[in-house]
Write a protein that binds this ligand. Structure first.
Ligand code: G1P
Length: 272
C-alpha cells in the first residue's frame, strides 16, 4: 500500500530570516519539537515508515536530527533528561530516512520530481512540514491513506479559506461525490481573487500516484516561473481522477509568522 512519505524541504524560508539564515525552516520548533518531526510523526501515525526528504544546501541539521548524537546521549545517560529524547529515539528505531538534494529551486513540482529516486514506482504521500496539521487520534495523513485505499487515485487535502487569501494557495473546484470529497475538475495555482474557481485551498498534504513523475517531467513552468504540482495534478485530473478531501483537524500555516505563533500558543496550551 502506501509506505513512503516525501518531504520537500529545500526551500529557503525567507519569511523567517534571519532565523533561517543558517537553519532550515523545517527545524523551527513549535514549543520544543521541530516542524519536520511533527510531519514525520503524522506520517508514522498513518503507517508510513519510510521517510524521503528532499533537502538543499544548508539543510544538514535535518539529517543530524534524525540520527544519533553519541556525545549528547552519553552526557545525559541515566538522568531524567533522557526522557526528552524518547520520542525521537522511537522514530529512529521505527523509520528509515533517505535524502536527496534539490540542486536548483524550480518549484514544488520540481522538488517532488527530485524525490523520484527515493520513491520509485509506487503511490506515496507528500507532507509540507510548514503546514502543521493536528487532529486528535486520527491524523490527516491517516484519513487520506484510508481514502486512497478506496479510490486508488491522487488526493489533495483541502480547506476553505477566506476569498482574500486564495492567492496564497492552489485552489480547486470539483463535484462533491460524498460529504467532504470532491472529484476535481479545475485547479489553479495562486489565482487572483477574481479568477479563483472557489475558496477551497490545497494544503500541504498529498497522496500521489507514481504516474505524477512522468507528468511532472513534461510540466512547463507555471506561476512564478516554477514547476507547479498543482499544474501536474490538473493534468492527472483531466486524464483520470484526482480527489480533494476536506480533512478533519486543525491546520496552522507555520510558513507565516502569525500562523507559527498561533501554532505555538495552541500546542503550548494543549500539550504542555
Ligand atoms: C504550495 C503549493 C500550493 C499549496 C500550498 C499549501 O505553495 O504550491 O498549491 O496550496 O503549498 O501550503 P507554497 O506555500 O509552497 O507557496
Amino acid at each position: 500500500m502506501i509506505n513512503k512519505c516525501l518531504f520537500p524541504a529545500a526551500g529557503y524560508g525567507t519569511r523567517f530570516l534571519p532565523a533561517t539564515k543558517s537553519m532550515p525552516k523545517e527545524m523551527l520548533p513549535i514549543v520544543d519539537k521541530p516542524l519536520i518531526q511533527y510531519g514525520v510523526e503524522e506520517a508514522m501515525g498513518a503507517g508510513l515508515m519510510t521517510m524521503a526528504i528532499v533537502t538543499g544546501r544548508g539543510k544538514r541539521a535535518m539529517e543530524d536530527h534524525f540520527d544519533v548524537n553519541y556525545e549528547l546521549e552519553h552526557q545525559i545517560k541515566g538522568s531524567d533528561k533522557e526522557l526528552h529524547l524518547e520520542e525521537i529515539r522511537n522514530i529512529m528505531d521505527t523509520c528509515t530516512f533517505s535524502y536527496t538534494r534539490q540542486v536548483e529551486m524550480k518549484g514544488l513540482g520540481h522538488a517532488i520530481l527530485s524525490g523520484e529516486p527515493l520513491i520509485g514506482d509506487e503511490a506515496f504521500a507528500v507532507v509540507l512540514a510548514d503546514d502543521l496539521c493536528l487532529a486528535n487520534d486520527d491524523g490527516v495523513l491517516s484519513q487520506m491513506v484510508r481514502l486512497y485505499k478506496q479510490f486508488r487515485c491522487s488526493i489533495v487535502a483541502i480547506e476553505e479559506v477566506p476569498m482574500d487569501e486564495v492567492h496564497k494557495y492552489g485552489v480547486i473546484k470539483g463535484e462533491m461525490i460524498r460529504e467532504g470529497i470532491y472529484q476535481i475538475n479545475e485547479m489553479v495555482e495562486k489565482p487572483a481573487m477574481e479568477d479563483a474557481p472557489s475558496n477551497l485551498a490545497i494544503i500541504g498534504r498529498y497522496i500521489l500516484t507514481p504516474d505524477i513523475f512522468d507528468i511532472l517531467r513534461n510540466t512547463t513552468p507555471g506561476v512564478g516561473g516554477e514547476i507547479q504540482i498543482t499544474d501536474a495534478l490538473m493534468q492527472q485530473a483531466k486524464e483520470g481522477c484526482v480527489l480533494g478531501y476536506k480533512f478533519k483537524g486543525k491546520r496552522f500555516d507555520c510558513g507565516s509568522i502569525a500562523g507559527f505563533i498561533d501554532a505555538t500558543n495552541y500546542c503550548y496550551k494543549k500539550f504542555y
